[in-house]
Design a protein around this ligand. Structure first.
Ligand code: ZN
Length: 251
């Protein structure tokens, strides 16, 4: 889906624990660069490639991938992309997320499952094994680490916002020229409403609230959510309202 000149939100179908769903990587494209933000689950490269080319963007020109965070639905096809376009694609992620992506540290979701492995039902043990294999195949080097507030000089300027909480090095990307927030997993859309991430999927609740407060400093009109897609509307107000609620119910 074209969001603006050079900005496309992909719609990739996926089966999430038996439920059909859509995930939304973003492509930003200008004369010099094709940037993909997040890479889907393992095995989804053919779908991603097809979705990129359907928008008229040449997949072979892909030269950069920005990973908003370490979760398997975001890093899953990264190693396949590197195999498909060897020595062409640079990988960027926040400095705190890098060791989880390279495999130096165990990914947060995998560690959580592992800590309760003895008590998990059989079907969850299968999920754990699948997740472990998925992460093992998705380990890649991170070429450039990102820091909070950094401005990437591509496609009219991309601001990195460090928004820890969902994971330690989670980032959002802000396209100030268009007032668009690429939210990763800090926000999602459900039933037409902008809502926060499911609390049980967050690594650290307090830092997640601080990250929401940080988003309030940006002038945001539209939000691209990895889960739920495009939110068009008065995003500034909604983010402020959601943050207030999270603060209120803080235990
Ligand atoms: Zn996700």
């Amino acid at each position: 889906m074209k969001i603006n000149n050079g900005i496309y939100m992909l719609e990739i179908s996926v089966n999430m624990m038996g439920k059909p769903s859509i995930i939304n990587p973003t492509v930003i494209w200008d004369n010099d660069s094709v940037i993909l933000i997040d890479t889907g689950f393992p095995g989804q490269l053919p779908k991603i490639r097809e979705a990129i080319e359907k928008e008229g963007v040449p997949f072979n020109k892909l030269n950069m991938v920005i990973l908003t965070h370490q979760d398997i639905d975001h890093v899953g096809s990264i190693s396949d992309i590197l195999k498909e376009l060897p020595n062409k694609v640079k990988i960027l992620a926040h400095e705190e997320e890098k060791p989880f992506i390279t495999g130096e540290k165990q990914p947060v979701k995998l560690a959580q499952l592992e800590s309760s492995l003895d008590y998990l039902p059989e079907n969850m043990k299968t999920v754990y094994e699948k997740l472990k294999a998925g992460f093992q195949n998705s380990r890649v080097n991170v070429d450039n680490t990102l820091t909070d507030g950094e401005e990437l000089p591509f496609c009219g300027g991309i601001t990195v916002i460090h928004t820890p909480g969902h994971t330690p090095g989670h980032i959002c990307l802000y396209l100030k020229h268009w007032k668009i927030l690429i939210a990763g997993d800090i926000l999602r859309v459900e039933g037409g409403l902008l809502i926060p991430a499911v609390e049980s999927t967050n690594f650290d609740r307090d830092s997640n609230i601080k990250s929401m407060e940080k988003l309030m400093k940006y002038d945001i009109e539209n939000v691209i959510c990895y889960h739920g897609g495009l939110y068009k509307g008065n995003a500034n107000n909604d983010i402020a309202e959601l943050t207030k609620n999270l603060q209120k119910y803080k235990i």
